[in-house]
Design a protein around this ligand. Structure first.
Ligand code: SF4
Ligand code: SF4
Length: 421
């Protein structure tokens, strides 16, 4: 793991602020790992806030919900921040179709809910892993075997991002209630809340509760599941195995907060916190945003810009994805929008590998990035796989440490794609 300049100072002191209601939302039918949803609505339909608008018959999927009350304009092929393009339900906000804010009536029977009841609510609410992985949360709450340890991931190790940090500061009690629900679902007693030491205020906030707080020294990519388990429990998840195999489950703080909202407030997942940041923004912020809001509306709200962005990234600088269109909407896994200046985005000249071994030493997955890169450049995909390309978590550390500026992650991603064709 490596230490990076965290650049969180742009937004770490910025409280959560709601982005004004968008006029139109573009809600992708695929925002999770698994089978894309099919639309349950058609053009002309009236929908109300929180209504289920997408579902499918499958084992691995998560339903999607309307993030505004309004009228369905169309189901279109639309820019998607992760997939490139995907089907999306376009809804024009219209107050005559229903309220634009939910009157949350806290559920009074929380204590009487069984683990099964809670899991069903979480599934129906469309909750997925919100740290970036988008794995349906209810599946993690139905492990194939008994787990003993729950780790709450508050590491937020990716530079610039502060969405989880602000949530931990401002919604501490709610996150604790969410943790209690997860504990009930899994029937476990051992819980660790893992937070990096560059978030002292969050550590202080959680110390008021009766849980083990695991303070980690800041390092990247410590927020990856396997890396976090190693840091907290000093246990390695072997290649090809999952945390379940070690009796461990990891949930991100934003996911646990969404779980709280679904169970306590009957609120499906239709909005989330997004950090909008970068040196060229005059007003970087942590925004509460409706799912489906085009990225350009977030940027406009944080403008003016000091210069035109050379690159716009969905996520952070290490694992985020560069966007080709600001029409792409915020989805359930969007934790940040990062704008880079021309100088920040300029690629360094790529040189020959000098066999220094830095990429091998620093790879958190124990791979040989330089060898995968060589195989990938020669299109020998099977060789790339034999060096472990499929186990790459695409953290970008190898590219970051490479003195020859080799495009290692890009070539490894290519090998992964080609290998499964
Ligand atoms: S090979 Fe993959 S896992 Fe290893 S450092 Fe590079 S991007 Fe990260
Ligand atoms: S870090 Fe770069 S130069 Fe060094 S071995 Fe890896 S690819 Fe080659």
């Amino acid at each position: 793991m490596v230490r990076l300049e965290d650049n969180k100072f742009y937004t770490e002191a910025k409280p959560l602020e709601a982005l004004p209601l968008p006029a139109k939302v573009y809600i992708p039918l695929s925002q999770h790992l698994g089978k894309p949803c099919l639309s349950l609505v058609k053009a002309g339909d009236s929908v109300s806030l929180g209504q289920k608008i997408g579902s499918v018959e499958a084992h691995v999927y998560s339903p999607v919900h309307a993030s505004v009350s309004g009228r369905v304009k169309a189901i279109v092929d639309w820019p998607h921040p992760v997939l490139g393009r995907a089907k999306a339900v376009v809804i024009e906000a219209d107050d005559s179709c229903g309220p634009q804010k939910m009157d949350y009536l806290p559920r009074e029977d929380i204590g009487e809910l069984t683990a099964e009841n809670i899991k069903n609510i979480i599934f129906d609410s469309g909750i997925v892993g919100m740290g970036g992985a988008s794995f349906p949360a209810h599946i993690k709450l139905n492990p194939p075997k008994q787990v003993e340890v729950l780790i709450i991931n508050g590491a937020e190790c990716e530079p610039y991002l502060t969405a989880d940090y602000r949530l931990m500061l401002e919604k501490t009690q709610e996150i604790i209630k969410g943790i209690e629900l997860v504990v009930k679902c899994l029937g476990i007693k051992k819980v660790f809340i893992a937070i990096e030491d560059n978030k002292p205020e969050a550590i202080k906030a959680f110390r008021c509760f009766n849980y083990n707080i695991c303070v980690l020294s800041s390092a990247y990519p410590q927020g990856g599941e396997k890396q976090l388990i190693k840091s907290v429990l000093n246990k390695e998840v072997p290649r090809g195995k999952l945390p379940f195999d070690l009796g461990v489950v990891v949930h991100n703080v934003a996911t646990v907060f969404a779980i709280y909202q679904s169970v306590y407030l009957n609120k499906p997942l239709f909005e989330r916190v997004v950090t909008v940041t970068g040196s060229i923004l005059e007003k970087p912020k942590n925004l509460l945003v409706r799912i489906g809001t085009p990225i350009k509306e977030l940027i406009a709200f944080c403008s003016p810009l000091k210069e035109e962005p050379a690159k716009i990234i969905n996520g952070g600088p290490m694992m985020g994805i560069a966007q080709y269109s600001t029409d792409a909407p915020v989805i359930k896994s969007t934790n940040g929008i990062l704008l880079l200046s021309k100088k920040e985005a300029a690629p360094l000249p790529e040189e020959y590998c000098i066999r220094c071994g830095a990429c091998v030493r620093e790879c958190p997955a124990g791979l040989l990035p330089c060898m995968i890169n060589l195989a990938s450049e020669r299109s020998i995909w099977q060789e790339a796989i034999s060096y472990g390309a499929l186990d790459c978590i695409e953290c970008g550390v190898c590219s970051y440490v490479c003195p020859a500026n080799r495009r290692l992650v890009q070539s490894i991603k290519r090998a992964k794609l080609e290998a499964v064709r």
